[in-house]
Design a protein around this ligand. Structure first.
Ligand SMILES: *Cc1c(COP(=O)(O)O)cnc(C)c1O
Length: 360
């Protein structure tokens, strides 16, 4: 019997294979991996896939997701990727072993919260080497590290940076050497070992593969390359991984031959956009049971190369199935592969069931 639509089919063995490939590539350069779970809200199926993968930590940007990691009993340290607000420090120290931070206020709040909880919390101070998302500006790094190094319930485990997220800045040997240089400086000023040097995310893998990663980098935080098997600099398949790890399955609720251009005077669509249509004559069109509320239509790709996504409103996805390779009918299922953004939103939608698939 088929399962209800819409649903995400999470292929545990395929993600496990990707994790093994990426983590061993990192391991052979002396780099440990924190597997990043946020794109799937730390779903238990993803956690199963990461079990025994060789990752040394599980990392997520949301405290709620780290709670799920704790509930799964993975027995690995956890890392909070997005700095908590000072108010959320008690939750952060409860659910995360490490936090990535960039403010003294946050460090003080975390130390205070850790003291109350009878814990010692580890922080990684983020340095912005150019991408303009989180991190202290390089000329302030020594001050910040020296300013928090004495906090009683905190251990400054090391330094980190993040690239290719906001500014699209590509990780290079120079950027990585900047980070290790700042670490050396902070080490000599504070006397703290600052052992952990977390060089970035999936976008660092091409640099690693090229053999140009400096020795001082010993940690990366990897999400997309494991979950979707992509080189995030150009979205090409990453060597040794597969891309069909998570399928989005929608059900067909209507199938009709209709003109390709709306009939009548046109104004704005449901989202305030003025749309333009090319006349391709009569086309066979299907409506699927997902919409913008679940996923942006640009963020999914039909597996059948003959199917084209035309657009979506909140709850209706319109596809052209005139050239579909396999027959489409009312009640049949259409499969898509989501992009990172598509998987992020589909995972978050309460209307989409999540189904773990063990083997295929
Ligand atoms: C999301 C995130 C990552 C993982 O990014 P991927 O591109 O999915 O590998 C790493 N570090 C931080 C700080 C993040 O927010």
């Amino acid at each position: 019997m088929s399962v209800e639509t819409p649903r995400l089919e999470i292929h545990i063995d395929r993600i496990a294979q990707n994790a093994a490939a990426v983590i061993s590539q990192c391991g052979s350069s002396g780099i440990q991996v924190a597997a990043v779970t946020k794109v799937m809200q730390a779903h238990p199926a993803l956690l199963r896939a990461l079990e025994g993968s060789g990752c040394v930590m599980l990392a997520d940007s949301r405290i709620d997701n780290l709670k799920r990691v704790a509930e799964a009993g993975m027995g690995l340290p956890t890392m909070l990727l997005r700095a908590p607000t000072p108010c959320n420090a008690p939750e952060a120290v409860r659910w995360a072993d490490y936090s990535l931070i960039s403010s003294r206020e946050t460090a003080e709040a975390l130390s205070g919260a850790a003291g109350w909880a009878g814990l010692r919390h580890k922080v990684v101070v983020m340095v912005d080497v150019g991408d303009l998302r989180e991190g202290v500006w390089p000329d302030r790094a020594v001050d910040v590290v020296a300013g928090i190094a004495h906090l009683p319930h905190l251990e400054v485990a090391g330094l980190g940076t993040n690239l290719a997220c906001f500014g699209g800045v590509v990780p290079t040997r120079e950027k990585m050497e900047m980070l290790t240089g700042i670490r050396d400086e902070c080490r000599s000023v504070t006397g703290h070992p600052l052992e952990l040097v977390s060089g970035g995310n999936s976008a660092n893998l091409p640099l690693l593969a090229s053999g140009d990663m400096p020795d001082g980098i010993n940690h990366l935080r990897i999400g997309e390359a494991i979950v979707l098997g992509r080189n995030v600099l150009d979205r090409s398949p990453w060597p040794g991984t597969r891309q069909d790890t998570v399928g989005l399955v929608a059900g067909v609720i209507e199938l009709q031959r209709k003109p390709s251009v709306p009939v009548g005077e046109t104004g704005q669509d449901a989202f305030g956009n003025t749309t333009h249509f090319t006349d391709r004559g009569l086309r066979l069109r299907a409506i699927c049971d997902i919409g913008r509320q679940d996923v942006a239509p640009e963020a999914i790709e039909p597996i059948d190369p003959g199917i084209e996504v035309l657009g979506a409103s909140s709850d209706h996805l319109i596809i052209d199935v005139t050239d579909a390779r396999s027959p489409v009918a009312v009640g049949s299922e259409v499969r898509f592969l989501p992009s990172y953004g598509g998987l992020l939103s589909a995972s978050t939608s309460p209307h989409i069931r999540k189904q773990a698939v063990r083997r295929h």
